[in-house]
Design a protein around this ligand. Sequence first.
Ligand code: AGP
Length: 593
Amino acid sequence: MCGIIGYIGDKQAQPILLSSLSRLEYRGYDSCGIAVSSSGIEVYKDAVRVAELAKALLQLDGTVGIGHTRWATHGEPSQVNAHPHLDCNGNIAVVHNGIINNFQRLKRQLIGEGHNFVSETDTEVIPHLIEKHYDGNLEKAVEAALRDVEGSYAIIVLMAGEPKLVAARKDSPLIIGIGDRENFVASDVPAILDYTDRVIYLEDGDIGVVTPDSIKIRRHGKEVQREEHKISWSVEDAQKGGYEHFMLKEIREQPKVIRDTLGGWVSVAEPAVDLAVMRGGLESMLILACGSSYHAASIGKYIVEELLSIPVRAEPASEFNYFTWTLAKTGAIAITQSGETADTLKAIRRLKGVGCPVLAITNVVGSTASRIADQTIYTRAGPEISVAATKSFTAQLMVLYWLALSYSKVDIRRLADLIMGLRQLPGKVQQVLDNEDIILEYANYLSRYKDVFFIGRGINFPVALEGALKLKEISYIHAEGYAAGELKHGPFALLGSDTPVIAIVAQDNTREPMLTNIREVKARGSPLIAVAEEGDEAIKELADSVITVPRVDALFSPVVNTVALQLLAYYTAKYRGCPIDFPRNLAKSVTVE
Ligand code: AGP
């Protein structure tokens, strides 16, 4: 997820582009750039934050320009990979938010036709395609270029000598801001709210042709009308997409994040990626991480053990650094949203030191983890602003399912069922999100307690750990996640009417023992909220309250259960008036040991 902006009017474009970009940095902030056109196109870009770029920039003259703030997906954050990207002659500049899936094929084709490429990005094919199709009409050349492109895009095109901006979108948001003798194009409302509150939302397939005093929208070559909207939000509200907190916005983005992270890969055929850690027949696997990522790693242990039938250890990276045993025929995976967590980086270096290949799963392209690991797979969660990990956690699970299914040993029919289940997950998660009213009610109830237990078994034991961590870190309630079978070995002593228990009950071989544990908890007077599948009538008899989640294969139950617990933690913290996005004493990325 990147932020793009375009300005055309009677004012100098540079200061407007820079201030709008700083309003879009919540969408990505690893590099940025602008292009301004007067006699020709001048581009200035670098792997820095917008404020630094502004400091280093001399005045670029021109009243039309485009800008971009980046969240790298293809090509590390660097000056050459930053946007805008140009065609061969530097006459066409493009900024892009989205992913061009067929860029490698297009790039090979264009190089064969004599085009020179300078970056590793997918985006750079767009200005070259426009150049290829240009015959005097810019918007027609853009239409033709986009017919060659597969994937998602919101783009703004600037051409030397052309007093217009051409904008287009497919599966990425794009708006036009209406001014007085000036107009704006942007990824999102926050970019333009300082200048206008009048916007038009482009629809997929629309092409906008914008001049200082006109806006024309074409679709399939014909002109169409789009409704004008008046925005009443503050800039900060708009950055949160109208949500009160980034955390709720990020929780709600998860269906899209699942689709983006799985990308087009959902097939039975062959492994999507050739992983060094999987070569030569793996005998065991080690998954390392910290915090929420460690809980994803722990769920990964169950997924890989079930699908590959090899022993898997999931270890907190901070503890792994004291292990002395050696590794033979072991593949190692390090999971880290930020890619900068010191304990996880130390563990990666330690593994490499003993010749163990390491695969990193991270959300940040160009992060240290992606540099020092042997291979990297990126989650496509986009920037996660709220300190509490939510969408990044779910994206990590998607990569673990993808990996394990790619190398699984299960029979073809089971594999096909699981692939179908994975395809349906965005819809199932949406059902959990649509069912939040009941969660709100239980959150209000939970918000008055000081101590809470979360219990689960099997693949949902780490879900209990994650549920407790979410509640702890944003509501400041002392919460413990526990293997349900372990409660009777001590924690039972803490149970009673002032210690609620949240029990995660899945439709697998853990269900009966979980029902027994629930009876034991009830017998000791603790209020009990169960998280259980729709249609599970027995649980309604036993529990005081039930959060129902949609029916999924037990292997996928951690996904729907965790999203329900994220919402429970969020609303509990909201009832307690906590600073949800930036809780005390925590940081989004822990870069010290
Ligand atoms: C989770 O909500 C926290 N932000 C924290 O536990 C986090 O998961 C941990 O610091 C690991 O971060 P990483 O995934 O960036 O390595």
